[in-house]
Design a protein around this ligand. Structure first.
Ligand SMILES: Nc1ncnc2c1ncn2[C@@H]1O[C@H](COP(=O)(O)OP(=O)(O)OP(=O)(O)O)[C@@H](O)[C@H]1O
Ligand SMILES: [Mg+2]
Length: 252
């Protein structure tokens, strides 16, 4: 069974077709990175998976279950949709930590309110994920006392604490300088090693893509033009469009 499967997914905003008949399958625990020019539809794929957008056509399944329709083909109710949304966790470029809450308070908020965990239970799992991202010493710090890279690692822990089956990472290093980018990359690799979570990544950092991914999927104008192992895509791309995209980003 696929961890996540997009079947003939199209998405339009008005007359603008952003995704066109897209098919994409991701295996459980696979790390897949979406690359391609700005506006090619990468973020839209993650937003669809997170049910922040609805496709114009097609279906999306998470571990075999549609996140759009019930068994009778009717759209999911909002509570069923909320349940499906919890199977995915998303981290954005901007970390969006609550500035007036400590690291621990930021982490326990969702487990307490969404999962209705006891304080003890939520704090115990907060410490576990803080350890995974290497920041257990920052448990009582406020976001403003942390570097951008540390804040992003907290944001990753905050997504993981809800135990998503799919982790969606959208440009999580693009607000960071190279050293902090490396630090966050290391955390994503640790998470990949220590959990079974399936990860869909969007990034313009080709080194990050190359190091962390099992597979690279290249987008162009709402379609997948090529996919394969990082070695194949970066060393031996088939498509002229992939070559010109890589030339463009690697020269930056
Ligand atoms: N809510 C929206 N309303 C109208 N158009 C949208 C909306 N969201 C996205 N688009 C358009 O859809 C297209 C694809 O956007 P998307 O954000 O998926 O691109 P992307 O590949 O993530 O680009 P980038 O690399 O710049 O982040 C763009 O042309 C964008 O302007
Ligand atoms: Mg984007």
């Amino acid at each position: 069974m696929w961890a996540i499967e997009l079947e003939k997914v199209s998405k339009s905003f008005g007359a603008h077709r952003v995704l066109i008949d897209l098919d994409l399958q991701v295996r459980p625990s696979e790390k897949v990175t979406l690359i391609g020019p700005s506006g090619s539809g990468k973020t839209t794929v993650l937003r669809l998976a997170m049910t922040l957008e609805k496709p114009t056509a097609g279906n999306i399944r998470v571990f075999g279950k549609s996140i759009l329709f019930d068994a009778a083909g009717k759209p999911l109710s909002s509570s069923e949709e909320a349940r499906m949304r919890r199977r995915c966790g998303m981290v954005f470029q901007q970390f969006n930590l609550f500035p007036h809450l400590t690291v621990l308070q930021n982490l326990v908020l969702a487990p307490r309110t969404v999962l209705r965990q006891s304080r003890d239970q939520a704090e115990k799992s907060a410490l576990e994920y803080l350890r995974m991202v290497g920041l257990e010493t920052k448990v009582h710090a406020y976001p403003a006392q942390l570097s951008g890279g540390q804040q992003q690692r907290i944001a990753i822990a905050r997504a993981l604490i809800l135990k998503p089956e799919i982790l969606l990472l959208d440009e999580i290093t693009s607000a960071l300088d190279p050293e902090l980018t490396r630090e966050v990359l290391g955390v994503v690799q640790d998470v990949a090693r220590e959990t079974k979570v399936t990860v869909l990544i969007v990034t313009h950092e080709m080194r990050f893509a190359r190091e962390v991914s099992d597979r690279i999927v290249v987008f162009h104008a709402g379609r997948i033009i090529e996919q394969g192992s990082p070695d194949k895509i970066f060393s031996n791309p088939e498509s002229a469009r992939t070559r010109s995209f890589l030339k463009c980003v690697l020269n930056h």
